[in-house]
Design a protein around this ligand. Structure first.
Ligand SMILES: *Cc1c(COP(=O)(O)O)cnc(C)c1O
Length: 371
């Protein structure tokens, strides 16, 4: 699905040197590379605070810990997401409230969000799924009216830009109270191990989250709150500094591949190409087709036999996962999510796809679909 080798080959000299420099410095934890990366990320996102941490799941957990939520408080998110979003809500003893998604963008449906709000609702986690922003303008408005926090899960959409109706533009993860991202190797900005970060413009929330990621410790060995140990290590920060400089160009390469796929499948009524929302750029973490009347796993097998990876993100909605079975929810509750989980398939999407590969992939897909 990704070509990390091809991407590394192009920056290997710089990366090897940077990694070696960190090793020679022996400043493995909270070294100058982490500070520099933090600053560069703040500049890139135009946000006041970036707090690096160990992974994207921790980012979400720390964000929720900083909001002082109590067991029983409700946090709204969608049933069509990666498990981490729902996992941390459950881990903290909060109540996940799931809502359906928009059938074309796969992102949280603002009307469903509004309907799910109760007096117990304390936060909403819009997930910018597959690389484009959820419809944040109405979400921000609804959340403001209801007095609830917004934590954006931008693990799949780092670098995407949302355009408000007044023309203002903001980067994914900088619109709500807190933004969370992941630097897992296959993410749009991936390191060579695990990594994550939290963003906020709120000075007080930033201070609380910096304390939480460091064992609840502001003054050394004095612990005023219960925290966690969640750090980005210096080697990963050094690699991320190099890759951050390429992030926009990486997005362009992904968009070019998506254009190729869109064009190749444009006349096929059994393959619905991913919609590009008018108010967000799309950084194509995934290129996801909705199939109609196609044996999707048959297509996947056909592609695998030709050495083409293809994946189903996500085959089981959250409310139908064994670990998250809940008497409040039943099959049929989220018809869009359920239909998508039965019909989507994602094609290879990365920064190194060339025309020859794209031709081979699209021809192979069409071969199966048209036979
Ligand atoms: C990858 C991902 C995460 C978790 O990130 P990790 O770094 O793997 O912990 C959270 N949410 C979404 C939507 C993701 O895609």
């Amino acid at each position: 699905m990704v070509d990390l080798q091809g991407q590394y080959d192009k920056i290997s000299k710089e990366v090897d040197q940077a990694v070696l420099d960190v090793i020679r410095s022996t400043q493995f934890i909270n070294g100058p590379e982490v500070k520099s990366f933090q600053k560069e990320m703040e500049d890139y996102l135009e946000v006041r605070h970036v707090i690096p941490c160990a992974n994207g799941t921790d980012a979400l957990q720390v964000a929720m810990m900083a909001l002082d939520l109590k067991p029983g408080d409700e946090v709204i998110t969608t049933s069509f997401t990666f498990v981490a979003t729902v996992e941390v809500i459950a881990l903290l003893g909060l109540t996940p409230v799931l809502v359906d998604v928009d059938p074309l963008t796969f992102n949280i449906d603002p009307r469903a969000f509004r309907k799910a709000i109760t007096p117990k609702t304390k936060a909403v986690v819009p997930v910018h799924l597959f690389g484009q922003c959820a419809d944040m303008e109405p979400i921000l408005e609804i959340a403001r009216e209801a007095g609830i926090y917004i934590i954006e899960d931008t693990a799949q959409a780092l670098g995407a830009t949302y355009k408000f109706s007044d023309g203002t533009r903001k980067k994914a993860g900088t619109m709500g109270h807190i933004g969370c991202t992941s630097f897992f190797p296959s993410k749009n900005l991936g390191c060579y191990g695990d990594g994550g970060a939290i963003f906020t413009d709120d000075d007080d929330l930033a201070r609380r989250m910096r304390v939480i990621v460091n064992h609840g410790m502001e003054v050394r060995y004095y612990h005023d709150s219960i925290g966690v140990n969640s750090r980005l290590d210096s080697i990963q920060a050094a690699i991320l500094r190099i890759k951050l400089r390429h992030l926009d160009q990486y997005a362009e390469a992904r968009q070019a591949a998506a254009d190729y796929y869109d064009y190749a499948f444009s006349n096929n009524t059994r393959l619905l190409t991913p919609k590009r929302a008018g108010n967000s750029t799309h950084v194509f973490h995934q290129y996801t087709l909705v199939t109609r009347d196609i044996d999707r796993f048959g297509l996947q097998e056909h592609l695998h036999a030709k050495d083409i990876p293809a994946m189903v993100y996500y085959p089981v909605p959250m409310h139908m996962q064994k670990a998250y079975i809940d008497p409040r929810y039943h099959e049929g509750d989220f018809p869009v999510t359920e239909a998508l989980s039965k019909s989507v398939i994602s094609l290879p999407m990365h920064t190194e796809l060339n025309d020859e590969q794209l031709k081979y992939i699209t021809q192979s897909v069409l071969e199966y679909v048209n036979r």
